[in-house]
Design a protein around this ligand. Sequence first.
Ligand SMILES: [Zn+2]
Length: 298
Amino acid sequence: MDCSLIEFVKIQRHFFKEFTNTLKKIKDPRHQSYITYGAETILYTILLKNAFGIDSMRSMTERFNKEECIKNVKKVLGLKQLEELPHYDTINDFLFKLDGKELEKVRTYMIKALLKKRCFESYRISDKYWLIVVDGTGIHTFKEKHCDHCLRREYKDQEIRETKVIYMHHVLEAKLVVGEMVFSIASEFIENESEDAPKQDCELKAFKRMAKKIKSTFKRLPICLLGDSLYACEPVFDICHDNKWKYIFRFKEGRIKSIATEFQAIKYLEENNKKNKHEKKREISLFGPPIFHITTDA
Ligand SMILES: [Zn+2]
């Protein structure tokens, strides 16, 4: 067996005993009478491609379709038969049809397996809370309409003095932070329901949907959310309160008046209580009102 593949399988078996079984449970979207490869074979092939840093589907087919590699994949997946690894067209076709929720199930299994192994216990905040960072990010921009779900933003083209529209796709990610590593635990696409939706989707709306998913997937996980100033608002505080989540959000002057007043009050209290200053700060950030950082960036 290829040396790096041995290491890969060792890690897989150590941390994720049920990994191949989880892949086998994936709901296959294809017509079952025409398929050559099971969902687990296709997903395992693409996983190897990414784990081994192969950057194109074509070079993957070239590198993996060797007798020894095929034999190894067959063994790891416990298959009765495997003559060849799937061609990249087959993989692309499968991924195109696959419901993203099916992949989310695999991710959830992996995160829960890692937490159960208790290998990251030392990274809990105050030995209790798991730090989950939330942030939205752009994944695609287009000059022309790409689909009915695109987000749109108008801008002024200075050269031709015309208002133009840019089309975008964004995603909101929730990531578990353990030391220098982050693990994605939830993803929510920020996209419009339809082209004529009266109001566009946005990061906060996506957060509300995502919070529901995180709560139902990780019901009793003690969470401390970390987010930028966008999250420092009443609706998000309410969600955190209802879900019993702690939070640390960046505070920008002017975002909410009541918080600015509260911040000044806390600061005043802190300044007037130099005794056990360090301890006090810690307490405020985690168990009392959240601590806010005043930022100078625009
Ligand atoms: Zn689109």
